[in-house]
Unconditional design. Structure first.
Length: 160
């Protein structure tokens, strides 16, 4: 007799996974110096990554996109992370939240999770890989299993 498996079913464990990954996204938002982030710190960092990216075409594309959107890119990035965090933590539009999370994680891996031509720009690139790959695995499970069916706003709204 296992107390945990007898007390919680698979749907509850999936909800715990969903909530845990949602809280990780919220931590990602709130560990930032938000004032600096919104003032362009993320633009400077992203452009630095793009300039040192080993795939020139990709780096130039990201640099162009971010510099053209320098006024709105920081807010969009922050709001995206916040929306995924809230969506997964509270089970609000869970499948969409998981898909947006996957999209963001893939982009973070593609930009910051590669060995740059100047490793000093992001010496922790391997950490970016591990964190983001683990989040993607969880988000795929959340998306594929309907992890918003328990302990969620989706359930209250009758989505599940």
């Amino acid at each position: 007799m296992n107390l945990l498996s007898d007390t919680l079913g698979i749907n509850e464990w999936l909800a715990i996974l969903r909530i845990g990954i949602g809280l990780w996204w919220l931590k990602s938002v709130f560990h930032k110096n938000i004032r600096n982030f919104l003032a362009g710190g993320i633009v400077t960092w992203t452009v630095g990554l793009a300039e040192a990216h080993p795939w020139t075409f990709y780096g130039n594309s990201i640099k162009s996109f971010v510099t053209r959107g320098a006024r709105w890119f920081p807010a969009l990035s922050l709001l995206g992370e916040l929306a995924v965090g809230i969506g997964l933590t509270f089970g609000l539009f869970t499948p969409l939240s998981a898909l947006v999370g996957i999209f963001l994680n893939i982009n973070y891996i593609a930009l910051a999770g590669v060995k740059l031509t100047d490793p000093d720009v992001n010496p922790g690139f391997r950490v970016e890989q591990g964190q983001n790959w683990n989040m993607i695995v969880g988000e795929v499970v959340i998306f594929a299993t309907g992890a918003g069916a328990v302990w969620s706003i989706d359930r209250l709204l009758g989505i599940f």
